[in-house]
Design a protein around this ligand. Sequence first.
Ligand SMILES: NC(=O)C1=CN([C@@H]2O[C@H](COP(=O)(O)OP(=O)(O)OC[C@H]3O[C@@H](n4cnc5c(N)ncnc54)[C@H](OP(=O)(O)O)[C@@H]3O)[C@@H](O)[C@H]2O)[C@@H](O)CC1
Ligand SMILES: [K+]
Length: 503
Amino acid sequence: MLEIISGISVKKVDEGFVLDKGISSHKLMENAALAFCNWFERHYQRNDKVGIFCGHGNNGGDGLAIARMLWRKGYDVIVFLVGENNEPSPDCKLNRELLPDKLPALSMSHEDIAHMEYDLNIVVDALLGVGINRPLEGDYKNLVNKLNSLSGLTKISIDIPTGLPSDDCLAGDAFIADITLSFQSPKFSLLFPEHANYVGQLKVVDIGINQFYLSQFSEGKFYVQKKDIALRHKNFSRFSHKGDFGKVMLVGGSFGSMGAIRMSSEAALRTGSGLACCMVPGCGVDIMQVSLPEAQVWAKKDSDCIDADYLGYNFDRFDAVGVGPGMGTHDTTAEFLRGFLTKYKGPIVVDADGLNILAKHPEQLSLLADRSILTPHLLEFERLAGHCKNHKDRLQKASDFSKKHKVIIVLKGAHTCITFPDGRQFFNSTGNKHMATGGSGDILTGMITSFLGQGYSFENAALCAVFHHGLSGEIASADKKRGTIATDIIKSIPLSYLRLGIE
Ligand SMILES: NC(=O)C1=CN([C@@H]2O[C@H](COP(=O)(O)OP(=O)(O)OC[C@H]3O[C@@H](n4cnc5c(N)ncnc54)[C@H](OP(=O)(O)O)[C@@H]3O)[C@@H](O)[C@H]2O)[C@@H](O)CC1
Ligand SMILES: [K+]
């Protein structure tokens, strides 16, 4: 699992790695530049006109090494040098000296920046990286704003968009990238929703620094990738039977809001549950049985919402229970939730109106069994934990909340963050903007519940479900883009298993 380390630690990791391996820091920069170029070659043509904007620190050094390598591969490259009045870092200086004579390199004066007009297809931002220690000013600020104003070309940031602090929220200006290629591990602030427009698509490239060096600076924050997930799946043999795949119960729905619990239930089945039963109000029975014949249904006749009478049911038959989608926050439903949390001590997932009831009745939080999984989106989380100044504050509050109530928080959004009571936070790498559609969260509830029911640990259930949910969204939206709807995501769950080689 990739460690997310602070910007300050990046320098220490580099120094430690270079010293241990007996290589020069220049060689490490060459590795980083090569990793960038290998990626670049897979995506861009030789006839693209590439402008590489290089600052005076090591980020600029990366840009210069990249310019040299791409030029040697036959790309049409121009280098633009900024910050020439500052003392360059030693590796930046060396890479300036190594630029081939025939490679065009232009020093940018104030006037050049103000009147810049070049015919470029691709802009590479190697102005500043994690070494930024104050908001942009002077030439850097002017150039970043000038580049941001250019349209119709592809903008790529090296390591981090210039101007973004690596561990904090942006103050001032920053480069707006279409793609950010971060070295070795993503920098923390690249995962903040406030910065999504600056970061664009996030790619992480390996530059050869292994886990051992990164883990010495661990802050308990991790970036979850495909290779981390495949290993966390349970293997089932050809002798496995329905019971091995778990019996789960999904509780929710109310008059006019039956879609949510129907989608959670189907998602649980598609994730592999042997049996899914849904507990719905009487008004939802026909809807469920007609639209999802694979699910069993339990309901009280002539009811419009889940009420305290539902507590008579024996929940202990189930390996896991998901509660909340479409359930409403009626007083009698809140009464049900209180009784349910008191009664059932198996693995549970609480979502949507389940969370809204907890926010309205915070005394019920103490009834949650240890390691219950709560899946709020950003607004639901703030209802539970109070107003958050920004995402950094929100992540800290998620950590405090998780520790205090001994629950697992799955904070949904781009790079969904899973927080455990021991303080570890896992950031997901799959998913895209097309998943921001009604019902997407209900699907995740069904998926986590399903994994819990299949006997996965709390940690593996949350990590696998969040990863597959995002991947299913990517698969579903590949040809539907903005027209993607939640049921498309459910249909893609089986394909997301196949992508990981899991049958
Ligand atoms: N393992 C890895 O990840 C690897 C990382 N590598 C690369 O190194 C990059 C980090 O390099 P870095 O430390 O030299 O920092 P970088 O951002 O280039 O420049 C900082 C300079 O800018 C200055 N400065 C600060 N704020 C400013 C402002 N607002 N406006 C103007 N100037 C400002 C500050 O100087 P100051 O003015 O404070 O004296 C400082 O000298 C990293 O992002 C990655 O690309 C790879 O090469 C190898 C492996
Ligand atoms: K940059």
